[in-house]
Design a protein around this ligand. Structure first.
Ligand SMILES: CC(C)(COP(=O)(O)OP(=O)(O)OC[C@H]1O[C@@H](n2cnc3c(N)ncnc32)[C@H](O)[C@@H]1OP(=O)(O)O)[C@@H](O)C(=O)NCCC(=O)NCCS
Length: 162
């Protein structure tokens, strides 16, 4: 498996894998909107023997400053449970840390995201409509998410259907 930054040629394949993973088009459209909205987004693909196996996106949040939102993560359904998702998220977080981002938020399953160091406790100071048991934070820089305030994802998320 080769983990690398998404290229222009990957875009239609990312769309296909995202639709297949979620069984609907909403998240694929979200990826397209995030890419258009956020030049600093980190978009990583997993390539297995020249075929796109999965994709993850990190996009700059409107608040707090220096934070990114992790979403969506998509792995081709026939490859689930083989470590592709874990490898993608780990790589994206490493890239965000190297680029100087301070923290990452994710809305998801706590047992799954705990393996990367995400905790609901870390997000507790940040208020949003997503607050609750599924909102988690990860500090890429010690103490970066110890404050409090509003939490606001990139605009593209505003249009995501529930
Ligand atoms: C979630 C997803 C990205 C995981 O990718 P993957 O390559 O199958 O994951 P890995 O092989 O690295 O890890 C497998 C682990 O994830 C867990 N897992 C898989 N899907 C999960 C889900 N929806 N919720 C919670 N845990 C999940 C498995 O139980 C397994 O746990 P274990 O390691 O303790 O046995 C993939 O299943 C997927 O594309 N799902 C559909 C889209 C989605 O729900 N994305 C996440 C929200 S943005």
């Amino acid at each position: 498996m080769h983990l690398r930054a998404e290229t222009l040629a990957d875009i239609p394949h990312v769309r296909r894998v995202t639709e297949a993973a979620f069984g609907r088009e909403d998240e694929a459209r979200l990826v397209d909107r995030l890419r258009a909205e956020s030049p600093d987004a980190i978009s990583v693909v997993a390539d297995i023997d020249g075929e796109l196996a999965g994709h993850v996106m990190l996009s700059p949040m409107r608040a707090p400053e220096g934070a990114m939102g992790l979403a969506p993560v998509s792995v081709r359904p026939d490859l689930h449970g083989k470590g592709v998702g874990t490898a993608l998220v780990t790589e994206a977080l490493d890239r965000a840390r190297a680029a100087g981002w301070k923290g990452v938020f994710v809305l998801g399953d706590p047992p799954y995201y705990a393996r990367f160091g995400f905790h609901t406790q870390t997000a507790r100071g940040y208020a949003s409509s997503y607050s609750g048991p599924f909102l988690m934070g990860l500090e890429l820089e010690a103490g970066a998410l110890s404050g409090e305030g509003a939490l606001s994802y990139a605009r593209a998320f505003d249009d995501l259907a529930e």
